[in-house]
Design a protein around this ligand. Structure first.
Ligand code: NDP
Ligand code: MG
Length: 338
C-alpha cells in the first residue's frame, strides 16, 4: 500500500483555485481554517442567519450562501451531515457549480449508496481525514496533521487524484500520511470502525463496566474513574507505541488480567456480531436504516441523546470533570466557536 506525504503533493494545483467549504461544523471549521492558513482562497457556504454563519465570520473567513459559495468556486466540498447532503446537493450545489469543477466529500456514504449522482462534467473526489474535525484543526495548529484517505469517483480532468492529494496536504494530512483508496472501501471500513469499535463498541463497553460496578454497590465516582477516565490514559499508551507499549506501562497484574479476561468479554459471539455488522453495512441495510431515520425526523437520535444525558455516568462525570479544570483548558470542543 502506497502512503503519500507533503513531498508527493503538488500544492500549486490549489493556488489559483477557490475552494468552497459547505458547512462549518466539526469537519467544516477545521478544513476552512486549515486551508486558509495554508494560503488557499476559501469561502464558507452556509445557511443565512444560522449559527455557522456567525461562527465562520467571527473566525475571519469569507462567508456566503451555499449557492453563491458553490458558484464562485473551482472545488466544492460538502461538509454537512451525511443525511442532508443529497438534498442540499440537488437543490443548491449542483445547479450552481461551474462546468468542469471538482466536487468533494469527506466520507463516501452518499456516492457509494447512490444518494448523490453527480453531474457528469464534474470531477468527484474524497478527502477523508481519519479524525474528528476538532482534532483535524488542533493537530494542524500544533504543527502536525491527522492521516487521511483520498479517493476518486469521477475523473474528467485527468488530475482528480492530484487535486485530492493537494487538498489533503493543505489541511495538514500530508504531514502524517495519505492513503489512496476507493469510495466503497472508505465507506464500509469507516462505518464498521465507528460502529463496532470506536463509538458503538467503546461506549457500550464503558457503560457496561460502569453499570456492573455500580449495581454491585461500588461508588459511581470510583466506577467513573475506573471505566471511563482511565480509558484515555490507556489509549494514549496504545496510540503512542501500540499494544506492547501499553502492556509495558501497566503492571504485570493488569497485563495478566487482560489476557485472562479480555477474551471472556469479547467472545466468539462478539466476533459474530461484528461480522453481522459488517454484512449490514456491505448490503446497504445499515444505510437504509440511517436514511429512513433522517426522513422520520431523527427519533432514535433524539431519544438516545436524551437517555445518554440522563445516564448516571454522564451525571457523575460532569461533576468530577468540574473538579479537574485543566481538562477544560485544553478543550478540543468549544460549542460557541466550532
Ligand atoms: P456537522 O454535523 O458538524 O455539520 C454541521 C454543519 O452543517 C453546520 O455548519 C450546519 O449549519 C450545516 N448544516 C446542517 N444541515 C444543513 C442543511 N440542511 N443545509 C445547509 N447546511 C446544513 O458535520 P460533520 O463535520 O460531522 O460531517 C461532515 C462530513 O464529514 C460528513 O460527510 C461526515 O461523514 C464526514 N466526516 C466527519 C467526521 C467528524 O469528525 N465529524 C470525520 C470524518 C468525516 P447551521 O449552523 O446553519 O445548522
Ligand atoms: Mg466516520
Amino acid at each position: 500500500m502506497k502512503v503519500f506525504y507533503d513531498k508527493n503533493a503538488n500544492t500549486s494545483l490549489l493556488r489559483d483555485r477557490r475552494v468552497a467549504v459547505i458547512g462549518y461544523g466539526s469537519q467544516g471549521h477545521a478544513h476552512a481554517l486549515n486551508l486558509k492558513d495554508s494560503g488557499v482562497d476559501v469561502v464558507v457556504g452556509v445557511r443565512e442567519g444560522g449559527e455557522s454563519w456567525r461562527k465562520a465570520a467571527a473566525a475571519g473567513l469569507k462567508v456566503a450562501t451555499v449557492e453563491k459559495a458553490a458558484s464562485s468556486a473551482d472545488l466544492v466540498i460538502l461538509l454537512i451531515p451525511d443525511e442532508t447532503i443529497a438534498r442540499v446537493y440537488r437543490e443548491a450545489v449542483e445547479p450552481s457549480m461551474r462546468q468542469g469543477a471538482t466536487l468533494a466529500f469527506a466520507h463516501g456514504f452518499n456516492i457509494h449508496y447512490g444518494q448523490v449522482v453527480p453531474r457528469s462534467d464534474l470531477d468527484v473526489i474524497m478527502i477523508a481525514p481519519k479524525a474528528p474535525g476538532h482534532t483535524v484543526r488542533s493537530t494542524y495548529t500544533g504543527g502536525g496533521g491527522v492521516p487521511a484517505l483520498i479517493a476518486v469517483a469521477q475523473d474528467k480532468s485527468g488530475s482528480a487524484r492530484d487535486v485530492a492529494l493537494a487538498y489533503a496536504s493543505a489541511i495538514g494530512c500530508g504531514r502524517s500520511g495519505v492513503i489512496e483508496t476507493d469510495f466503497r472501501e472508505e465507506t464500509e471500513t469507516d462505518l464498521f470502525g465507528e460502529q463496532a469499535v470506536l463509538c458503538g463498541g467503546t461506549v457500550e463497553l464503558i457503560k457496561a463496566g460502569f453499570d456492573t460496578l455500580v449495581e454491585a454497590g461500588y461508588a459511581p465516582e470510583m466506577a467513573y474513574f475506573e471505566c471511563l477516565h482511565e480509558l484515555k490514559l490507556i489509549v494514549d499508551l496504545i496510540y503512542e507505541g501500540g499494544i506492547g507499549t501499553m502492556n509495558y506501562g501497566i503492571s504485570n497484574n493488569a497485563e495478566f488480567g487482560e489476557y485472562l479476561t479480555g477474551p471472556r468479554i469479547v467472545t466468539d459471539d462478539t466476533r459474530a456480531a461484528m461480522k453481522a455488522t459488517l454484512h449490514a453495512i456491505q448490503s446497504g441495510e445499515y444505510a437504509k436504516a440511517f436514511i429512513l431515520e433522517s426522513q422520520a425526523g431523527g427519533p432514535t437520535l433524539q431519544s438516545r441523546r436524551r437517555l445518554t444525558a440522563a445516564h448516571p455516568i454522564e451525571i457523575v462525570g460532569a461533576k468530577l470533570r468540574a473538579m479537574m479544570p485543566w481538562i477544560g483548558q485544553s478543550a478540543l470542543v468549544d460549542r460557541a466557536k466550532n
